[in-house]
Design a protein around this ligand. Structure first.
Ligand code: GDP
Length: 297
């Protein structure tokens, strides 16, 4: 299960302070030491850990907490609030264009789950937002990706625009946006190329697609299982092409939590969705508050 280790450790730490009728600065200090270790062990970014510990500590030793009748519970409430803030506070909705089609670019490294997520996202947008999406197969460097998207499209009965692998992704995206206008698709989701590593050519291509029509969303798909690597990938993509949100995949696995807890704080971009499995309905909006509650039990 995701965050299992982190959850267990934080819950253990919290249990010690929960029922206390009096909480001293020393108690808070000791608790935060354990929280710090738990976060580091969960592969949370060091800077993020420091910031988090500082915010909680400052609030927890305030006189309103110390003098309250239930200081232990107040401290726990602070931990929960700060954890929620760390993951972005509010749920961040998808931004749709006021002048359709809304253009959503899917970016990410190979294997992160980009193509699968492209299909899942189309499914969610159709089901929950009543949209009529067009999928675009612009990942021309991995020939199987075009086929994979076509297969997903058939399975979902959602049209997929493809021009094989010989046409440039920029041209494919351009034609797809034109077609979407003609056929009244209100959302265009472009599955761009993923590579094994971040390189200049990939970033340039993404910038060129971006330049066609300013996308309403650029979603970076990252694998939660890769922890701090996912955070570094998010930072690089954000600097090079600019992203508007993150989709964290494979949260159904036993990821430690580092990516989920660090990405927002490091990139200042929200986690919009989480992947909870391989099936086409396994994509959920990311709710920071619920996630914090789940972690703290
Ligand atoms: P791409 O190279 O980034 O396009 O990656 P794919 O979409 O081909 O996905 C790579 C693998 O990850 C596939 O086997 C997917 O089924 C799997 N995958 C994608 N998202 C999830 C998820 O949320 N949970 C799980 N368990 N597997 C996923």
């Amino acid at each position: 299960m995701a965050f299992e280790g982190l959850s267990e450790r934080l819950q253990g730490t919290i249990a010690k302070i929960k029922g206390k009728g009096k909480v001293t600065e020393q108690d808070v200090k000791l608790m935060m030491r354990e929280v710090r270790f738990a976060l580091i062990e969960a592969d949370v970014n060091l800077k993020v850990v420091k910031k988090f510990v500082k915010s909680v500590s400052e609030r927890a030793v305030g006189s309103d907490v110390m003098q309250s009748l239930t200081p232990g519970q107040q401290v726990i409430k602070i931990v929960q609030e700060e954890l929620t803030q760390l993951m972005g506070g509010e749920q961040s909705p998808v931004k749709f264009s006021t002048r359709p089609p809304t253009v959503i670019m899917m970016v990410g490294l190979q294997g992160a789950g980009k193509t699968t997520t492209t299909g899942k996202l189309a499914n969610v947008l159709r089901k929950k937002y009543n949209k009529k999406p067009l999928l675009v197969a612009a990942d021309v460097y991995r020939p199987a990706a075009v086929q994979q998207l076509q297969t997903l499209g058939k399975q979902l009965s959602i049209p997929v625009f493809d021009k094989g692998t010989d046409v440039s992704p920029v041209e494919i995206a351009r034609e797809a946006i034109e077609l979407a206008k003609e056929e009244h698709h209100d959302v265009v989701i472009i599955d761009t190329a993923g590579r094994l590593h971040i390189d200049e050519a990939l970033m340039q291509e993404l910038k060129d697609i971006r330049a066609l029509k300013e996308p309403d969303e650029v979603f970076l798909v990252v694998d939660a299982m890769t922890g701090q690597d996912a955070v570094n990938v998010a930072e690089s993509f954000n600097e090079a092409v600019g992203i508007t949100g993150v989709v964290l995949t494979k949260l159904d696995g036993d990821t430690r939590g580092g990516a989920a807890l660090s990405i927002r704080s490091v990139t200042e971009k929200p986690i919009k969705f989480v992947g909870m499995g391989e099936k086409m309905d396994a994509l959920e909006p990311f709710h920071p508050e619920r996630m914090a509650q789940r972690i703290l039990g």
